[in-house]
Ligand binder design. Structure first.
Ligand code: ZN
Length: 272
């Protein structure tokens, strides 16, 4: 079998934020207590990534769209730039740089799959505004993302996705053979994960913010900050675990600074 008969996955780091770890892990062992009211806060790296997928059918897909070059001005009105500065991104990491490295124009992409519409995942979606690319989100995410007035609701900044034609799924959906969107809500109304069944590597599950880091997964899972529905979040973690155990999948966390260094990443470094 030649490589052109296989699904090919390229993980593209798209810029590193920093944040207080408390946003990502609601971990009592890190919290201030009566005895230790001044416990030191952990200011940690929060890497982001996008996944580029080439399918044997000739279709090209992108999972998520990363962080914006102009995060400082774009995120100022929400106040979130103070909490999640993208202060460790290099020129080669921004999504437009990544597309150039791959010799791609936005219109070359058949499907843009957005795990959810938060500012660090949907920020570059407007690059696809006037293209034929099919943009897919969970129907609950779309509903929630347009349910408020004004500039932003938490980490949903409406201008990131306003005006785009967003197609929706309302159940786990195989987009192309071997590429399946999984409904894993909890972090937001309709956060999705992505299952890719690869010939050589086996199954990979891109959990996005359904699992920020390895500690989020456990077992036992450590609850995350910024969660719309905690009960739903725990159920989604176990849904992912069930699929992981059945398929022996490798689970890729949304923002894990250790794991990303252990993965093959960047153009030319792919999984098949
Ligand atoms: Zn995120």
């Amino acid at each position: 079998m030649s490589d052109s008969d296989k699904i090919k996955v390229t993980i593209l780091p798209t810029g590193v934020m920093h944040a207080d770890l408390t946003w990502l892990l609601i971990d009592p062992s890190r919290m201030a207590t009566y005895q230790q009211p001044d416990k030191k806060k952990d200011w940690v790296e929060v890497p982001t990534h996008v996944v580029y997928i080439e399918h044997p059918s000739g279709k090209k897909l992108i999972w998520d769209s990363g962080v914006p070059r102009d995060w400082e001005t774009r995120w100022a009105p929400s106040g979130l730039g103070q909490f999640f500065p993208v202060d460790a991104a290099t020129e080669d990491m921004w999504l437009d740089s990544r597309l150039k490295q791959l010799n791609l124009e936005p219109n070359d992409i058949d499907y843009l799959l957005l795990s959810h519409l938060h500012l660090d995942h949907a920020a570059n979606a407007q690059m696809w505004a006037k293209t034929d690319t099919k943009i897919i989100v969970d129907e609950k995410e779309k509903e929630g993302a347009f349910s408020f007035d004004g500039h932003n609701l938490g980490a949903h900044i409406k201008s990131d996705y306003d005006g785009l034609e967003l197609d929706t799924i309302n159940e786990d959906t195989e987009i192309l053979p071997g590429i399946t969107l999984l409904r894993t809500p909890g972090h937001t109304w309709g956060t999705m994960s992505l299952q890719v069944d690869l010939k050589d590597e086996g199954t990979m599950i891109f959990a996005s913010d359904s699992l920020y880091r390895s500690e989020s997964y456990g077992p036992p899972p450590i609850a995350a900050g910024i969660v719309y529905d905690t009960v739903g979040w725990f159920a989604s973690v176990e849904k992912i675990r069930g699929i992981q155990e059945k398929t022996n999948a490798k689970v890729i966390f949304g923002h894990d600074a250790n794991q990303i260094t252990e993965l093959r990443t960047g153009p030319g470094n792919s999984y098949t």
